[in-house]
Design a protein around this ligand. Sequence first.
Ligand code: NMX
Length: 534
Amino acid sequence: MVFFRTVTALSRLRSRVGQQSNLANSVRWLQMQTSSDLVLSFPLFLLLCFVFFLVIDIDSIDDLHSHLKEMIPEQQERLKKVKSELGKIQLGNITVDMVIGGMRGMTGLLWETSLLDPDEGIRFRGLSIPECQKLLPTAKPDGEPLPEGLLWLLLTGKVPTKEQVDALSKELRDRATIPDYVYKAIDALPETAHPMTQFASGVMALQVQSEFQKAYEKGIHKSKYWEPTYEDSLNLIARVPAVAAYVFRRIYKDGQVIPKDDSLDYGANFSHMLGFDDPKMQELMRLYVTIHSDHEGGNVSAHTGHLVASALSDPYLSFAAALNGLAGPLHGLANQEVLLWIKSVVEECGENITKEQLNDYVWKTLNSGKVVPGFGHGVLRKTDPRYICQREFALKHLPDDPLFQLVSKLFEVVPPILTELGKVSCLSFFFEQRLFLLHSSSSPPPSCPGYFKDLFVKNPWPNVDAHSGVLLNHFGLTEARYCSPYSILYCSFWCIKEPWNLLSADMGPSSWVALERPKSVTLDWIEKHCKKAA
Ligand code: NMX
């Protein structure tokens, strides 16, 4: 028994820590020994195994799993303490506006991995995007952060070393095998099906391999839920790029699949499997994955995933649910809408469009009852830092790209228009609209001249989606429907954020992700309640 346990432990040790610096020498020595000498002296091998078994605590190995194993009980205690000591403290008031208005501003979720400040933007475990760019390991000097590093940061709250990130890259590559039935499930859909529909179907097919489901069926103790959840989460993260790339190549590249390249990191490999090997595109993909990985818990996709997970649905089921939320035009699909919209501007007015023409085009969009895609946000009140870092990337790598220049002009033209909307009086709006109609041929006038009078856009500034499609387009990923739902690209990395929330969720009675069940009321109830309160 001891022998088997020891051999298993040693093989685990070898596979897990082959690249870890602190144990690298002993492992290298062990590898040398196991190759030839130990065959000759088997009893010595047994003895060594026994000594290793006694002196090495396998769980102290410097990999992600071990870090989490250490952290999770501490976090569980912390949560219990907060619940018992602070449980009755109020976090704010709920108003009728909030209930009717999509719960805006209502604090109602616990989300450890990131926090969104309306003015500053997102912070991942306390680090802003520029700080992540500075601190997280990169593939090359002064390059963009490796997304595996962000994954480590999100899960542990600590900035990883390059060795830890490289080991995680390898682990993800090793986990990235896709069963054949996943491709078949996607193939059962017509090629014309939206990429998101195909992608979500592929993710659902991956669920067949859920470790959590298997463990649950076998009756796993609730204190151990996090272990199969961890396996599912990492497998999911490892596998979604290949599924997403398959959907892309099926729809646009005659189904010619490009296998993963075991020499590449996560972002570069995804770019490679899509069919893009330009090192700049690989850098873009690293940045893209990093900045799209998490954006607090209340957005539609994150919240959906969280809600579904709260029923103890496994990570595949939760992620697939989140994807369906992400596919909506006010959320992830905005990425597609921006690129299509920009291309329609170019089609109508040419690439060298003036600001005046752009101004007219924006009004035309608004007058036809549509939103200007890529502008506004449910929480942010300033320009999205995810937009800014993409703009910096464009200034560095593609300053002369005509669509990038158009995006820059939009930055100047759109915010003043959106800011003015609510301030336009009926009369001035009426004149403005007449003026607009003189300049523009086709847009239908709004049904009432005061249509925009009460429209108050809380954030007129560009969000992440205003930029991303144009960058991908520059490197040849021109298919807007794919650039789309933050696209599959975004979604592929959405799953990075969920593991922490799921892992820490499944910890027994003081569950981190408690079963969600907010109270709902009727309009009648609100009216009566408010009458009584008045
Ligand atoms: N163009 C025209 N109207 C807008 C825009 C815009 N870009 N942004 C907000 N509004 C309207 C909005 O439709 C609402 O109108 P109504 O009262 O008739 O429903 C009014 O302004 C007030 O909206 P806000 O409270 O400022 O924003 P809200 O939280 O309701 O919506 C978005 C946030 C992101 C859904 C909204 O700004 C929008 O539709 N933007 C365009 C789509 C987009 O870029 N989505 C990507 C979001 C990025 N992300 O998820 O990270």
